[in-house]
Design a protein around this ligand. Structure first.
Ligand SMILES: Nc1ncnc2c1ncn2[C@@H]1O[C@H](COP(=O)(O)OP(=O)(O)O)[C@@H](O)[C@H]1O
Ligand SMILES: N[C@@H](CC(=O)OP(=O)(O)O)C(=O)O
Length: 559
């Protein structure tokens, strides 16, 4: 594996001296505010025909065997299959591996992840990392506290101390120079002082604030790989062509990203091979040129975007669970891995609120027709979940149960001031004008029931003021009933068996004394949504799980 490392190893136990490629050094963050300049590519539109660009080097791998003793990776044997000299790239990048926050939460975890990567002897991967552990949450909390604590108290913010301590300790424990993160930690502190001074945290600043997490985890990890003799190069996604909309905190990736990222990663690899370590979650707004984020859990999307951009044959997302499970293990610990899913099922599951995948992450994989494998970095032997365009549905019944809590529901009944078409159009135009996404919808000729999706506003709940405004507008044409504290239970699976699934689901809910307040079957035909009260929802999920996945009766197969 990794011709990048070939000249550095000579079959010895002691790793060679640290060899940082230029890009691994502390990157100037101020560069992000400059104009976009991502090389000289002409066509921002990626098409399958571009793939030839990425496959011109045939795969001639160099294989290393690694032993993992005391948490360290030592190269104990090098089997050179094909003669290759460093700088003369014989290999191509072959896949992308994304590791989430839980996979890189500590020095020990980073060592294990490094071992894991090195165990894939036939791959030359691009690595995408999230921020360490719960760093993103801590950064957000620190930002909130800074708004009201006063400049002099910023140094005392508990979360700031935690983040400093975590990153410095991790660098120390991995034996890499603290300097690799010291500049960022200093800049973070200054930023929090700025927020305290302004007494304001805008969405733009929020994205800049949370970006420190990924910028630091990737620097530490790349430095560690270099330290153990595996040549790696750190990249900030906002510097290598991740071009997004300017929707701070929830930006969308723009088409030009694919060509830009492919060009940068391939060019660097071909001229000086080193494992790319890329920040997940981050991008650069195409108008503002400021750092943007892709929404919570957005590193999954970074990984699938790279997978499509480089035309890889596989995208791996490494989590802390044995794949996508039959339901959230926090609700029901006996949830089981789902071995196969289609892109549509996975997208629906993510959209319905399963935290395990970012809602938009399936889009690039589907467009590029690249399989996504969800694996457990704590249990790499587990087969995980394979997500592909299609799968054998002949035996498939229900695949997974997803719960989205704390949803607001609206019952809107026409006062018949408008005809049916006019009524529906008016209702939806009100939501459009107010920029609020509608989630589950059920209609009759004169009434609409719908739930509101607060996910586009990830840093805050749909606030009461906005809700009051919606109701006020709707009351001009309808009688409106606002129902809060509802949950959506989504049944994802083979809706060709919807009658069977519904029969069983309603039986379970009836014997549990639960009244379903709204039901909707998604047009994508992989999802049935049921709305129930928040306080009954978890119990419902557990009962449904037991009935569908733990009984011998038909249609509970996750296969
Ligand atoms: N259906 C599900 N399958 C698997 N995990 C789920 C599911 N629903 C919720 N989760 C939660 O998602 C977590 C994994 O997602 P996430 O925290 O984003 O991982 P990472 O940070 O490693 O990318 C799991 O630890 C689990 O608690
Ligand atoms: N760190 C970001 C992005 C991300 O994808 O994280 P994770 O892979 O740990 O879910 C977040 O917490 O949202």
């Amino acid at each position: 594996m990794m011709a990048a490392a070939s000249s550095q190893f000579s079959g010895v136990k002691t790793p060679p001296s640290r060899s940082f490629p230029k890009q691994t050094s502390l990157h100037s963050r101020s560069a992000f505010s400059s104009q976009l300049s991502f090389g000289t590519f002409q066509s921002p539109n990626y098409s399958k025909s571009n793939r030839s660009l990425f496959t011109r080097h045939c795969c001639k791998n160099t294989v290393f065997k690694v032993s993992c003793e005391g948490g360290n990776v030592d190269v104990i044997q090098r089997n050179k299959i094909e003669k290759s000299t460093l700088g003369e790239a014989k290999n191509e990048l072959t896949c992308v591996m994304k590791f989430g926050g839980s996979s890189v939460a500590s020095a020990e975890r980073m060592r294990e992840v490094a071992d894991l990567i090195l165990s894939f002897t036939n791959e030359s991967p691009v690595i995408v990392l999230s921020a360490m552990g719960k760093t993103t949450n801590k950064l957000l909390l620190a930002g909130e506290k800074a708004v009201s604590c006063g400049v002099n108290k910023v140094d005392d913010i508990e979360e700031l101390s935690f983040i400093k301590e975590l990153h410095r300790r991790t660098a120390d424990e991995l034996g890499v120079d603290r300097l690799i993160v010291d500049g960022h930690l200093e800049e973070l502190q200054q930023l929090l002082k700025g927020i305290a001074m302004m007494k304001e945290l805008t969405l733009r600043t929020t994205d800049y604030l949370v970006s420190f997490g990924e910028c630091m985890s990737t620097r530490i990890f790349a430095a560690y790989l270099n330290k153990i003799g595996v040549k790696a190069r750190q990249y900030d996604a906002f510097e290598i062509g991740f071009i997004t909309t300017d929707d701070f905190t929830n930006a969308d990736i723009l088409e030009a990203t694919y060509a830009a990222v492919a060009k940068r990663l391939n060019d660097d690899w071909n001229s000086d091979p080193a494992i790319p370590i890329v920040t997940g979650f981050l991008g650069k707004g195409w108008r503002s040129c400021a750092i943007t984020t892709l929404g919570r859990g957005g590193s999954d999307l970074t990984a699938t975007t790279i997978g499509k951009a480089l035309g890889f044959r596989e995208i791996q997302v490494w989590k802390d669970v044995d794949g996508v499970l039959t339901c959230d293990p926090n609700i029901y610990p006996r949830a089981e891995p789902v071995p196969y899913l289609t892109f549509d099922e996975a997208a629906e599951l993510a959209y319905c609120g399963a935290q395990v995948l970012h809602p938009q992450s399936m889009r690039p994989a589907r467009e590029g027709d690249i399989p996504v494998r969800v694996k457990n970095s704590y249990n790499p032997k587990a087969p995980g979940t394979l997500i592909t365009r299609s799968r054998d549905m002949s035996k498939a019944g229900l695949t997974s149960i997803v719960l989205k809590r704390n949803v607001t529901m609206l019952d809107i009944v026409s006062t018949r001031m408008l005809g049916q078409f006019g009524f529906l159009a008016k209702v939806f135009s009100i939501f459009e004008d107010l920029g609020i996404s509608v989630d589950v919808v059920a209609t009759s000729e004169v009434s609409i029931s719908l739930t509101l999706d607060p996910s586009k506003l990830w840093s805050r709940e749909l606030i009461q003021q906005e809700l009051d405004h919606v109701v006020e507008e709707l009351e001009k044409i309808a009688i409106v009933n606002l129902l809060q504290h509802r949950s959506i239970i989504s049944l994802i699976g083979n809706v060709k068996r919807s009658s069977l699934i519904l029969e069983k689901a309603f039986h379970v809910l009836r014997i549990n004394g639960v009244n379903v307040q709204m039901i909707s079957q998604g047009a994508s035909k992989v999802n049935i949504s049921l709305v129930v009260n928040d306080n009954e929802a978890e119990q419902c999920v557990r009962a449904l799980h037991a009935a569908f996945f733990e009984s011998e009766l038909p249609c509970g197969s996750a296969n």
